[in-house]
Design a protein around this ligand. Structure first.
Ligand code: IPD
Ligand code: CA
Ligand code: CA
Length: 257
């Protein structure tokens, strides 16, 4: 299954590479900037064909095509391009993200940004790697000097302690919070120790399936905003190196830094 995951991820990434900085059709989903391009569809098609050839009976959940429902306990959760707005603007922060679920638990994940040649992989209980070399989270223990990432949904979330309010609190304290535009890369960069934390208020399963496992296998912590074990089927996610988890969570939930 690992080799199918690698092959599928590479097949999707080849399509990203092929279309990047070239010409491709773009259309809108709901909201003015929620794009889907010809490359998203091409990458999805290439990924599907690798998985369907190896495991025609497996369940597939993919961003652009929805679900191929089967009775299988294996489910491939696919984001053919995470960071589509970056991709469409020629910004090389985009990737293929594929997680493999078995009996409701993510057991393998791969995230590949072909433009930066970064291939992240994790298997449950076996650690996480970047280009086949082990990675681990940072050990920064102070929020005030940490480097974080976040993301914002395509449509404004008007709620108490929403994305803007939490972001403002960190920024007013002079804390470095980056907004890369790819949830899967944000997660992998926590796993690799570049970011000490990453949080987002409204994600989908395909954004987080692979990256959340890569973080925990790199020694990090991933929860929802109630500090419960993270499930890819819920929207809120906080991923950290573990050491600053409680402190960041408190800020997300309305507390002060
Ligand atoms: C988006 C990116 C972005 C995040 C959004 C996602 P897409 O995925 O991961 O960083 O802030 O919530 O929807 O649309 O590029 O696949
Ligand atoms: Ca995505
Ligand atoms: Ca996508």
């Amino acid at each position: 299954m690992k080799s199918t995951l690698y092959k599928a991820t590479e097949a999707g990434a080849n399509e990203i590479r092929r279309f990047f900085n070239g010409t491709f059709a773009i259309s809108n989903k709901e909201g003015i900037n929620n794009l889907v391009t010809e490359a998203d569809h091409a990458a999805e098609k290439a990924i599907f064909s690798v998985i369907r050839e190896a495991y025609p009976e497996h369940y597939i959940l993919s961003e652009e095509s929805g679900e191929i429902v089967t009775q299988s306990e294996y489910k491939w959760i696919i984001d053919p391009i995470d960071g589509t707005v970056n991709f469409a603007n020629g910004i090389p922060l985009c990737c293929v993200s594929i997680g493999l679920e078995f009996k409701g638990e993510i057991i393998m994940g791969a995230v590949y940004n072909p433009m930066m040649n970064e291939f992240y992989f994790a298997e449950k209980g076996k650690g996480a790697t970047l280009n086949d070399k082990p990675i681990k989270v940072s050990d920064k223990a102070v929020v005030g000097t940490s480097c974080m990432a976040t993301g914002f949904p395509y449509t404004y979330l008007d709620q108490a302690n929403g994305p803007i309010q939490v972001f403002e609190k960190f920024i007013r304290k002079g804390i470095a919070v980056r907004r890369l535009g790819s949830a899967a890369i944000d997660l992998c960069w926590v796993a690799a120790g570049k970011f000490d934390a990453y949080y987002e208020h409204k994600l989908e399963a395909w954004d987080s399936a692979a990256g959340s496992l890569i973080v925990t296998e790199a020694g990090g912590m991933v929860t929802d905003f109630a500090n419960k074990q993270f499930s890819v089927y819920q929207k809120q996610l906080l991923a950290t190196n573990g050491k600053i988890h409680a402190a960041v969570l408190e800020v997300i939930n309305g507390g002060e830094i």
